[in-house]
Ligand binder design. Sequence first.
Ligand code: SF4
Length: 222
Amino acid sequence: MEKLEAIPLEIDVEDVKKRLRSGDWEHVQTLLGFAKPLISFGAVYGVCYVEEKLENAVVIDGVRFGSRVLRKNLENVGRVFPYVVTIGKELDRKADACSDFLERYYLDAIGNVAIGKARKYLEDHLRSRFALTGLSFMSPGSLGDWPIEEQRPLFSILKGAETSIGVELTESFLMIPRKSISGIYFPTEVTFYNCQLCPRPKCEGRKARYNEGMAKEYGIVK
Ligand code: SF4
């Protein structure tokens, strides 16, 4: 398992503006000053191999993952990169202790920007270190096809995530610190987005349009 820490990332008010449609940007600027020292980036990833391709599952480094979509995405893939990324607990603590709803909302948005940047840092690192051009990811729980329970096998591959970067998996398969993300990166020619297979209306995080034809092709709708 590889570890990245002390990731050098800059966050400014323009990054938060891209995430929120409107806001009191002076207030956000002030909060950024408090928030930045509380952010502690860490990432771990594995360099793993797809050992078996079953009907609706794959076996990676001896661990079975049940997902029709993941199986299809790995059709021509031999090497994958399971990962966990976090920004630590302190910003969550600050937000939880905050009685002002708006301030809490802004701190949450700053945390979301930070974790997004940390993931991008990991992605750029993988591209550069392994000479990859196209790279996509999937996360357990992001589609009905790959439920949140699949965090368990993912964490069994990344056994040192807790001691290494302090990310713990709870009995209900959530991660602590809350601002942590996990999944599997894999090489692709065309970027894959979970959102292409997700019909949920009005999602602020949507990165690509829902594509019903693609959902049929993946076999998750009839
Ligand atoms: S549309 Fe929203 S809920 Fe659906 S996969 Fe994309 S980000 Fe997740």
